[in-house]
Design a protein around this ligand. Sequence first.
Ligand code: ADP
Length: 490
Amino acid sequence: MKRTIVLIVVLMSICVTGIIGLQLFWNYQSYKNTLQFFDHSVNDALVKAVAKESFKRKQDIVKQFENWLADTSVVTITADHNNRDSATVFHIQDTHPKFVEDLHRQTQFGLSDFKERLNHITPAAKKIVIKHFAGRILMQDLEKGIVYNYTQTLGDSLKKAFYASRPSLHLINQYFKAELLKKNIKADFVLNPGKQTSLYLTNKVNADFRKPYQSVLIYAGIEHPDNYFFKAMKWVIITSLLLISITIGCFYYTVKTLFSQHKLSELKDNFVSNMTHELNTPIASIKITAEALKKFKHDSETREEYLNIISYQADRLSNLTDQILNTAERVNSTNSFELLNLYDVIQSAIGDIEPVLKDTNSNLDFKASISDVEVYGDRGMLSNALVNLIDNALKYTNGRPIITISLNCIDNIAFISIADNGIGIPSIYKDQIFDRFFRIPNGNLHNVKGFGLGLSYVKQIVTKHKGFIDFRKNDPEGSIFTIKLPIYHG
Ligand code: ADP
């Protein structure tokens, strides 16, 4: 049985560890994936934000360029075609060249999708030329990071605008935020935060037009991805932790129930074997004594002694059946409660157990600091409680039992102590000894039979009388049980 339980517990432990391990592994995997996704997303967002800002600056330059092209005081655009078949050729040249040698310098080009053949430039054609030259050709140059001198003036102005253009952190900031939001990342960030930062840093992105020859590097410091992970996975983590806790809780509860069931079945076996012994002993004793009384003529003193033995054993049997039957009804009713003199109750309990005291050559001393203490209770029950405690003091002994019973009063409480010089009770069992069926597991050290019901029965009785019972070690050895009962004052 024990082996099966151990096997079940081992298998369950493996299962539970496996489930918890898998949960943790899964959570860790998703943590790693989230981190990777976060890293990829923020870098991608920054690249896009920088590209968008660059593009905007390039568009500004293109616009400026368009204005220069349209301004006849800057450049002159002309058109012609050389022969019947050839397409229109456009010419751009400075209106006021700075140098004489530039007088005839010009840029000329054709437009493949411009089919008209012109002898001179028209406003519509000029518009098309400007659009094409600024929006296509110049934009392509800017993308490559190069500036050509299409004319001297255009080249000079363009270079100036090109070199003066600096990335706007403010704009990049805006674009980056928008890109992050598109990816559902709501994290705080700072652009170019410097080296001394605990923030999570992105890759550096070149925001300069003249790349790769020149560089203005932009990077972002973002609140650590762990925060993002915990925010994103909050419910998954909470659910997972909840599942783990429930699994551990169920595992603990199952193992506990399994062991307590096992213990209970052991207790039941012990109980049955002990009960047979406990019931047989007084029955046999009554039988032998009664037969002795029948067979022989005894003097009155011996007869009295024999009758006392029979009465004691009968009491013991009734005490035992009370314990076994849980005495629920008796203990739960207060119908038989009356005013009792505690001193008398103790004396009568000692009288009941007298034959055993003699038999075991025990020494019982009763010291009372007061004799007229009254409590409200059931004589039989209180007497049973005391007999049980004295009986234990006699059972769990080391040699000749020496028992001291004392009765004291402090304030409105009566204290009855039963002290013995027996084997004692280890402190760890201090509270358990009052549990039903509990017996101190001391192997075969002492061969005392019992049900583990006595002390729980005593406690039940004491509680019914609105009192308390506690245990402490006796000095130098043995135990002291103290019953505290409220004194009756009318
Ligand atoms: P039982 O005596 O039938 O086993 P009890 O409820 O009376 O059951 O006692 C519970 C356990 O407490 C006993 O098994 C015993 O180990 C321990 N015990 C009780 N009284 C004493 C005592 N006076 N000295 C030492 N051990 C005791």
